[in-house]
Design a protein around this ligand. Structure first.
Ligand SMILES: Cc1cc2nc3c(=O)[nH]c(=O)nc-3n(C[C@H](O)[C@H](O)[C@H](O)COP(=O)(O)OP(=O)(O)OC[C@H]3O[C@@H](n4cnc5c(N)ncnc54)[C@H](O)[C@@H]3O)c2cc1C
Length: 350
């Protein structure tokens, strides 16, 4: 049995940063994730894509951000149960929680934070009869390693940010990029739509709209797709077909834990501490909902910080918490090696 102060379900960016904030308050953490590696959507869906809205980083690759978070929390020695899904959650009589995974691993904790993001990843698949026969044989629903497509022909389908962003990125990697969308208008960011248009004008992206992929051809591997455009049907030769129609959020077992759920997300008290309707059970990051919720990494970081303060207060009743800047207090890891706190330069203004 694994015991800890704060059990975090989900090792995406929100769950990882929560370990740091909890560590500053001397609370031990353990994380459970269904995936075999930490990083959540960033590692699973877009590890090589640059992110531009992390404060202080004009640009950082998603994979690099996760590496940095792992480095930042190393000193607090979090435990990991990876490749296992949190299946049942029970509040015990003494107020602690017991969480058991699909593989039977038992975890006990004084508090639990659900940082489960979109839940388990289920890509929305196009309704093409034989598509299952070509999965991982030329049909890909996620792009994990763009280099995989170097000098290959790819057909991307979709009208959202993922389809636009990957078309732009692969225009410099693949030998041929065709973007297919069933409408003439795209749902993605205007900036990305303009970039795709510019790449089309330069002959780097073939844009086929309004059109739909209706068939896949090839002996044991994709060699062509069939397109239907304004009543006409024709084949396009390709090495890969990448439908990027988004993910179906699936809360899975979490939905059976007695939580208040709204539109596939857990309702939390955002005026205070991101606690759910079950005291001691929190939900942070993409998995929660409240008025004005934004599914952004930096919002998850903020929520993790306030959640940890609340857990600290719950576990230390009557003990007054005094906010300390890390520039002044330094960061005390759990290995006993106190880092020399960097002397804060305090400029006195008379
Ligand atoms: C293509 C793309 C580009 C994006 N670009 C940006 C951007 O530029 N800037 C930005 O701020 N945001 C961006 N986002 C959104 C950002 O990725 C999310 O806001 C962020 O990943 C949320 O982090 P999280 O830790 O809350 O959840 P996630 O990253 O989804 O991690 C949740 C983890 O919980 C695990 N999990 C779920 N249920 C269970 C369970 N029952 N048991 C065990 N484990 C479980 C999952 O396996 C997963 O690893 C982008 C998203 C996508 C798809």
């Amino acid at each position: 049995m694994i015991t800890t102060d704060l059990l975090i379900i989900g090792a995406g960016p929100t769950g990882l940063f929560a370990v740091f904030e909890a560590g500053l308050l001397k609370m031990k953490c353990h994380l459970i994730d269904a995936l075999p590696q930490p990083g959540g959507q960033l590692t699973e869906l877009y590890p090589k894509k640059p992110i531009f809205d992390i404060p202080g980083f004009p640009s950082v690759n998603a994979g690099e951000l996760i590496d940095n978070l792992m480095e930042q929390i190393k000193q607090f020695q979090p435990g990991f149960t990876l490749g296992e899904t949190a299946q049942t959650l029970n509040k015990l009589e003494d107020g602690t929680f017991e969480v058991v995974t699909n593989k039977g691993t038992v975890h006990r904790a004084k508090a639990v934070a659900i940082a489960g993001g979109l839940g388990t990843f289920e890509p929305r698949k196009p309704t093409i009869e034989n598509i299952a026969d070509y999965e991982e044989k030329g049909v890909e629903y996620f792009i994990k390693e763009p280099e995989h497509f170097r000098n290959k022909r790819v057909v991307i389908a979709g009208g959202g940010d993922s389809a636009l962003d990957w078309s732009i990125f692969l225009a410099d990697v693949a030998s041929e990029v065709t973007l297919v969308h069933r409408r003439n208008e795209f749902r993605g960011a205007l900036d990305s739509v303009e970039k795709v248009q510019a790449l089309k004008d330069q002959g780097k992206i073939k844009l086929v709209t309004p059109a739909e992929v209706t068939g896949i051809k090839g002996e044991g591997k994709v060699t062509a797709i069939t397109l239907e455009k304004e009543g006409e049907t024709f084949d396009v030769e390709t090495d890969y077909f990448i439908p990027l129609f988004g993910l179906t959020p699936k809360l899975g077992d979490i939905a059976n834990w007695g939580l208040e759920i709204e539109k596939n997300a857990i309702v939390v008290n955002n005026a205070l501490d991101y606690q759910t309707n079950i005291p001691g059970l929190y939900a942070i990051g993409d998995i929660n909902t409240y008025p004005g919720k934004l599914k952004l990494i930096l919002c998850g970081f903020h929520e993790a910080t306030l959640m940890c303060q609340s857990v600290y207060n719950m576990l230390n009743p009557g003990k007054k918490y005094v906010l300390k800047y890390t520039t002044v207090s330094g960061v005390d890891g759990f290995d006993g090696s106190r880092k020399e706190a960097e002397k804060a330069v305090v400029k006195k203004i008379d």
